[in-house]
Design a protein around this ligand. Structure first.
Ligand SMILES: Nc1nc2c(ncn2[C@@H]2O[C@H](COP(=O)(O)OP(=O)(O)OP(=O)(O)O)[C@@H](O)[C@H]2O)c(=O)[nH]1
Ligand SMILES: [Mg+2]
Length: 362
């Protein structure tokens, strides 16, 4: 396993998430530096911290330095030239994880597109820097080459986009086909590691990869299940994360768009999270779902990992998530299987109620 020094915010949830990301990308964190502020113009961090980092980097010789913020090319260059190590910012780290995980042709294209968009965003700054005559991070490359580089990225992005568009059209055809055949569809969504795949496995009798690491699932899988003698199609999806780069959502759009077209979205929530994490992740999921255009009355909440939580804490959490008094949630354990049947019935009921109030969607 490669080693990393991690620089992140001095908040427990930020530290845990950043360590989880490092782990998922295959880096063992050998030292963590925490800071209140990581957006200083030149290095992201202060000169004093940079000195400490330089000393640590020399002593511990990590393979990379992970910077849990988004770095500009100039900042990345400034850091690398002092630390003599590869610097990975938060976005590069997430891209590395996605690259490691992508297995289907479509998810590979999606990751490629996200990588190119990342490069593109940086190419713009590089072009700007080179035209101003200062070109940190882009030494010795003239304006002409920069333009060639920029156009090349643009061209490659177009090629991938058109391939993805085809895949998207194929998806749409399948979706319409399923509708015609009268299938109702259910999707599992939620923060990464909430337990979507474990729940999917429990609900379908499948054995898909479930893992403690973040972003285990990148491509959607769909299976047929029966609830109250009716057939349904259920899909597992990619997890959300806070501060997911916009171009990542864009790259995974065709996959995530499915969520807006399914009849029920089961939002999987890890109810065993600390109150702080729970609120943050819940808000981030709800924001992403609303950005994707998923209607609120199509949501069912699976409050998962009940086996890990005490009941008085759970009730408090339900209150805080504003779910008490509502009937669109159920406590489950994907591990023990508790209440899985209840969840299935709830999903079926939501579809029934929805089609009663929206007959045109039938
Ligand atoms: N104790 C307990 N652990 C669970 C439960 N559900 C899932 N887990 C564990 O939580 C971890 C994450 O589960 P996954 O099913 O991979 O989570 P996911 O939401 O699919 O994650 P990504 O695909 O990475 O977004 C695994 O280690 C599971 O074994 C549960 O009900 N109880
Ligand atoms: Mg998964």
């Amino acid at each position: 396993m490669n080693s990393a020094i991690l620089i992140t915010y001095d908040k427990e949830d930020a530290i845990n998430e950043a360590k989880g990301l490092c782990d998922a990308a295959g880096y063992q964190v050998v030292h963590t530096i925490t800071q209140k502020f990581l957006k200083r113009p030149k290095y992201g961090i202060s000169g004093g911290i940079l000195e400490r980092l330089e000393e640590l980097s020399e002593r511990l010789r990590p393979d990379v330095i992970v910077f849990d913020e988004i770095l500009k090319p100039s900042q990345n260059y400034n850091l690398a030239s002092i630390l003599h190590r590869e610097i990975l910012d938060r976005e590069t780290l997430i891209l590395e994880i996605f690259e490691r995980r992508a297995s289907s042709a479509e998810s590979k294209l999606q990751v490629k597109l996200a990588q190119l968009r990342y490069e593109m965003a940086r190419a713009k700054e590089k072009v700007r820097l080179s035209s101003m005559g200062e070109q940190p991070g882009f030494m010795g490359i003239g304006k002409f080459e920069v333009d060639v580089y920029y156009n090349d990225i643009k061209h490659r992005m177009q090629t991938i986009r058109s391939k993805l568009e085809k895949a998207g059209k194929q998806r749409e055809l399948h979706r319409k086909g399923r509708k015609r055949m009268g299938f109702n569809t259910i999707s599992l969504a939620g923060y990464t590691s909430a337990g979507k795949t474990t729940l999917f496995n429990k609900m379908t009798g499948e054995t898909r990869d479930e893992n403690k690491e973040l972003f285990t699932t990148l491509s959607t899988t769909t299976r047929r299940i029966t609830i109250k003698q009716e057939p349904f199609l259920i899909s597992d999806t990619v997890g959300f994360i806070s501060k997911l780069p916009a171009y990542m959502i864009d790259a995974f759009k065709s996959t995530l768009e499915e969520l807006a077209h399914t009849d029920v979205v089961i939002v999987v929530v890890d109810i065993s999270d600390s109150l702080f994490d729970l609120k943050k992740k819940f808000a981030s999921c709800m924001r992403t779902l609303s950005e994707l255009g998923v209607e609120g009355n199509k949501l069912a909440f699976a409050l998962n990992k009940m086996d890990l939580s005490k009941s008085n804490e759970i009730m408090n959490k339900i209150e805080i998530l504003n779910l008490s008094g509502k009937n669109n949630w159920v406590l489950v354990s994907a591990k023990t299987g508790e209440n899985i049947d209840k969840l299935k019935e709830m999903a079926a009921n939501i579809i029934e109620n929805y089609s009663l109030t929206n007959p045109k969607n039938m």
